[in-house]
Every structure is written in structure tokens, then in C-alpha cells.
Design a protein. Sequence first.
Length: 266
Amino acid sequence: MGLGHIYGAAMTVGLGALLFFLILPTVLVIPMSLGSADYLEFPPKGITFKWYVRYLTDPDWIAATLFSLKIALATTATATIIGALAAIALVRGDLPGKAVLQAVTISPMIVPHIVIAVSVFVAFAPLKLSGNFVGFLIAHTMLAVPYVVLTVTASLQRFDTTLELAALNCGAGRSRAFFSVVLPGIAPGVSSGAVFAFLASFDEATVAFFLSGIEGKTITRKMFEDIDFNLTPVVAAVSTIMVLVSLLVMGGLTLFQKHQKATSRN
């Protein structure tokens, strides 16, 4: 066996160990959510689904889940539109200080969320935007827009502009060329950005902790409260459901992008 094969095998083993270490907490939470004890334990001594039933029959958990879903869906729509338009302006526009604008646009990904959370709380409290849908929508859109900008920017940079020019030369207007040629061409980037925007909103915890109120409470804030005051395997069950939702959304994105590639080939 040559040195190259040994190096490749070592890299494979190291990468496998790293991935195992990263997914281990997520894997462990699943059997913990099925434990029969009234507290978190691993390995579980018995198997039961009562914690999932308790989650589905608890009005507070359901209200927090529906509130988070409503915010995430609205954030997906607003962030996708704003982020896509911003990416088009940054890539194709001749804007003064473009580098500064791009840095400001993606800054919510760089600035620590605790700093953003405190700033948003201080700014929103006098405006009575804390604990309500509008406040969450504004804050989560700000956090989600950078994901859309990055994915759409990458798609625009790979897009063949001669296709748009051909459409314009054939008599199509700017709007028709964009919606008929450009938008389908960058659809994978737009869809990826939309999925990341949904997950960034639905899973967001730090800003939600500062903005949530008694009524406007997200599922992540509810999890924080139960961890502090009522820690039961229901929290593990909710965590498992959130993991499944993330996997389903990412799986749907993969299927959509495969369909888009198959359609473009045909």
C-alpha cells in the first residue's frame, strides 16, 4: 500500500470520526425522547411515545409551534424577496460602495446573535414590537436575508448572461426575460436561500429569547423555559421533531433541485 493510500485512508477515518462527533448529540436525543422515565436518561430503560402525545396535546406547546411556523413561513417569503432583489442589485448594479453594502448585507451572519438580540430588544421595546408577530418578522427577516443573498449571488455569478441577451434580442422585455429566463436559471439558488431562511427563523433561539412575551412565544423560547423549570423528555421529543422537520425541508429542496436539473436538460 502506497503512502497516498495510507494518507487517504487516514483522512477518511478522521473525517468519519469528526462527522460522528458532530451528529452524536442529535442521534442520542432520539432514544432519550422515547424513554419511559419522567426525566432524561440514556440509555432508556423502556420505550414509550407518551412524550410525543403529551407534546401534541399540550396547548402551550402547540401554540408555540404554530407561532414559530407562522413566523418562519412569513420570514421565508419576505427574506427570499428582499434577499433575491439585493443579490441582483449587488451583482448586476453599478452601485457606489458595493463592497461596503455587501458587507453590511451579510453582517447578521457575522455579528454574534446575542449582540443582535440585545440591540433588537432595546430598539423594539419602545415601539411595542416585542412579543408580537411583526417584531419577530422584522428581526428574523434581518437574520435570514444574508442566506438568500449568498445563495442567489452564487447562482447569478454562474448564470449564462447570453441566454438573457438572446431573449432580449428576440423581442422580450426586461421583465419577461427575467421571469422567463433568469429566474428559472437561478431557481436553485433562490430555493436554497428560501429553505435556509425558513430554518434560520424556525430554529432561531437567541433573539427569540429576548423578543418573546407571554403570548408571543416561539417553540425555542418554550424549550428554554422547560429546560429551566420543567425538564422532561418532552423537550427531547420536541428536539427530535425539529430535527425531522429540518431533514424533511432539506430533502424537499434536494428533490426540487433534481427536478429542476432534469427539466433543464430536457
